[in-house]
Structure formats: structure tokens, C-alpha cells
Design a binder for this molecule. Structure first.
Ligand SMILES: [Zn+2]
Length: 161
């Protein structure tokens, strides 16, 4: 094999390259993380509802957990979003605050408390989510440029053009 005659280079994964040929084993059997992820992930029909503060509730096609080991290794960063519990906690606690105040025969106070509790929680959760977004976007652009060698498993970043 030709590569065995070459002087051994130290393993430097993540070194930016601008070739799709593996610099470690010279294999051309390489894929971008995105290609490898999509190839190794079979889309199921599972649907779940997510909440995006900008767009509101939306039903999105969820991928079932039927993934190859490779797909798990090259999966994209997780988008910061409201958790399932948070989506329900905000209106739930706002309603509780309203009911407590309304039980004192004070509907105005109830509406005030409900709105205050609801918007306070919305603010706190939304801030947590949006603080993670720049990190996520950085990771995502890195992921989009990541490649993996299907023969030796080396990963590297494609140099920006
Ligand atoms: Zn390789």
C-alpha cells in the first residue's frame, strides 16, 4: 500500500484541510458529517411538537432513534429550544396564579398575577435559550464543515473557501 511507504504523520484530527481525501490513510471514501448523518439516520414518521419563541408552536418531523453508530458520532449540535416541561409550565403556573387570586374574589388581581408570573417565566426561559444560540450557531457551522474518513475514522474541518 502506497500510504505505508510515506513518512508517518502525527495524527492531527481537526486540522483544517481543503481536500476530501483523508490525509491520514489517503482514502477517498470520505463523507461530510452531514452526508454521513443523513445516510445513517432513517427518518421515521414520529412527529413531535416543539415551541419556538419566534414562530410559536410547530409540529416538526422528528427523527426516530434508528441511527447507526456512525450517524450518532457525526450528529449535528442540538438546537437550543424550550423543553417540553417549560412549554407547559408557563401557562400552567400563570393559570395557578390566576386561580389563587380569583378565589379571593379578585379577578383583576388574578389577571395581573397570572400575566406577571407567565411573562416572568417566559423571560427567564427565553433568555436561557437565546444565550445558547450563538454557541449553537458556531458549533453548527463547524459541524457543516466537518468531514470523516469512513476507513480510518479521522475527522477534520474543511477549510473555508
Ligand atoms: Zn482515513
Amino acid at each position: 500500500m502506497q500510504s505505508e511507504n510515506l513518512p508517518r504523520k502525527p495524527a492531527t484530527p481537526r486540522r483544517p484541510l481543503n481536500s476530501t481525501v483523508c490525509s491520514k490513510c489517503n482514502s477517498t471514501d470520505t463523507q461530510s458529517f452531514q452526508m454521513a448523518y443523513e445516510a445513517g439516520t432513517s427518518s421515521g414518521t414520529l412527529q413531535f411538537t416543539t415551541y419556538d419563541p419566534d414562530a410559536g408552536f410547530s409540529a416538526s418531523g422528528g427523527k426516530t432513534s434508528n441511527q447507526t453508530f456512525l450517524a450518532q458520532k457525526v450528529q449535528p449540535p442540538v438546537r437550543p429550544e424550550w423543553t417540553f416541561g417549560e412549554v407547559f409550565a408557563v401557562p400552567f403556573l400563570a393559570a395557578i396564579a390566576f386561580i389563587i387570586a380569583a378565589s379571593l374574589n379578585n379577578a383583576v388581581l388574578g389577571i395581573f398575577l397570572g400575566l406577571t408570573v407567565g411573562s416572568l417565566m417566559w423571560y427567564v426561559i427565553n433568555r436561557r435559550v437565546s444565550q445558547k444560540k450563538p454557541i449553537y450557531e458556531k458549533e453548527l457551522s463547524k459541524w457543516a464543515r466537518s468531514w470523516i474518513c469512513l476507513r480510518c475514522g479521522m475527522t477534520w474541518l474543511m477549510r473555508k473557501h
